[in-house]
Design a protein around this ligand. Structure first.
Ligand SMILES: [Zn+2]
Length: 136
């Protein structure tokens, strides 16, 4: 099996938490940089009765007060893909997946068009939030 190269540093720098949340269809309530909602992780234990999941889209970290999981974007994607982020091989698999799916190297494809649509939707959502906070 060829060993594909993952540049974790540039991957972390170029990934957008908002895009990843859209990719997984995760709906969170926006409160500035701190977004909150029900825990989307398949590993979440217990009932989802309260919005225990919070994501900081600026600092690109997240945590769930319900199941105690937390981490960075790659760890989030790993858990959403059913991978174990504590296992180096599976963590790498998640990073590769992100690099191919949402990284900058995916130019010119249909996927990229979808990506820019997602980006636009993200911007619209942010503008809505600003308008709301202005009218308060
Ligand atoms: Zn959880």
């Amino acid at each position: 099996m060829p060993h594909e190269w993952v540049n974790y540093e540039s991957l972390r720098a170029e990934l957008s938490f908002i895009e990843i949340l859209h990719h997984y269809g995760v709906e969170l309530k926006e409160r500035g940089e701190q977004w909150q909602g029900f825990c989307p992780l398949p590993t979440h234990e217990g009932k989802r009765q309260s919005p225990s999941f919070s994501a900081n889209v600026g600092r690109r970290v997240w945590q769930c007060f319900g199941c105690g999981a937390k981490g960075n974007l790659i760890e989030f994607a790993a858990r959403m893909e059913g991978l174990n982020p504590d296992d180096p091989d599976e963590f790498r698999k998640a990073a590769l997946f992100l690099q191919k799916t949402l990284g900058e190297g995916t130019a010119g494809s249909e996927r990229n068009q979808k990506l820019s649509q997602r980006k636009r939707r993200g911007n619209e959502a942010r503008r809505r939030t600003w308008r709301m906070s202005l009218s308060l």
